[in-house]
Design a binder for this molecule. Structure first.
Ligand SMILES: [Zn+2]
Length: 276
């Protein structure tokens, strides 16, 4: 899409997480994508018109890139999946010849066009915490953000204002690596003055490690990702706790059994023996 123009934009179904505006296609057609980026879980396309197209995959959304009609371009991040054309909601026909299709069985995904000048005030983006792999995210910052917080550590890490872009699976995995209980009070990674303790250090290490590993192995492990009936497949052989209820803990030397609990309506998997 980069440096290509939207020749034609088809909105087959505009009722995504929120309805696409009536002029959605018109604001894109004829405009060139001058750059593609990302903030938290949002994909951002800068346009020659001065607008920014914001896209979010939601729970089950994906982009399929076709180089020419009927021919699949098997890239590193190509995943075999059930492909119901009924769920192809938005189709971008690019001047590069690529056809980029947004497919989303559950329609929790979303798109929005905002002027670049208003991006700083954009409610979807303006309260997001730091990027977990960025330089500004460290134990001191995480501890400051969790200071005095009575919520669980799990809930704090899912809070996009504390750290951006972490989802349920990676929060579970990071807490296991850090050997911290998801039920622990968030404030316990800081002392009363908000200074980071050793738990905060371990947690930041765990978060960065799990994300870096997932990115490095992403192509390979995600190849096993399957989609059936709109349900997201899980690359479970990579997980140490997620979706492993009743199985043995993978911490060396630990004989614990992975437990599942529900916190804030989401499943949490953890080892009650080594995560304290
Ligand atoms: Zn364990």
């Amino acid at each position: 899409m980069e440096n290509a123009r939207f020749d034609k934009v088809e909105v087959r179904r505009g009722d995504l997480r929120w309805p696409l505006p009536g002029d959605f296609a018109k604001r894109l057609e004829g405009k060139t994508v001058t750059g593609l980026g990302r903030r938290a879980k949002y994909l951002l396309a800068d346009l020659s018109s001065g607008d920014v197209l914001i896209m979010h995959l939601g729970m089950s959304g994906s982009f399929h890139v076709f180089r020419e009609a009927g021919a699949k371009a098997l890239g590193r991040y190509y995943h075999e999946r059930a492909n119901y054309a009924a769920h192809d909601h938005v189709v971008f026909h690019m001047s590069s010849g690529a056809i980029v299709t947004f497919n989303d069985p559950r329609r929790f995904g979303s798109m929005k066009i905002v002027p670049r000048g208003k991006l700083d005030a954009e409610p979807l983006l303006n309260r997001l915490g730091p990027e977990p792999l960025g330089n500004e995210f460290d134990a001191a910052m995480l501890a400051r953000a969790c200071k005095g917080k009575k919520t669980s550590l799990k809930a704090a890490l899912l809070d996009q204002q504390i750290v951006a872009g972490l989802g349920n699976i990676y929060v579970c995995e990071a807490l296991h690596r850090a050997r911290l209980s998801p039920k622990r009070r968030a404030s316990t990674i800081a002392d009363r003055g908000g200074t980071a303790n050793e738990r905060a250090e371990r947690l930041v290490e765990g978060i960065k490690a799990v994300l870096n590993e997932a990115i490095t192995d992403g192509g390979a492990s995600l190849r096993d990702h399957r989609l059936t009936d709109g349900e997201l497949g899980m690359f479970q052989h990579r997980f140490r706790v997620y979706d492993r209820e009743g199985e043995t803990c993978r911490t060396p030397g630990c004989r614990g059994t992975i437990k599942r609990i529900v916190q804030n309506g989401r499943s949490t998997f953890y080892c009650p023996v080594c995560q304290k």
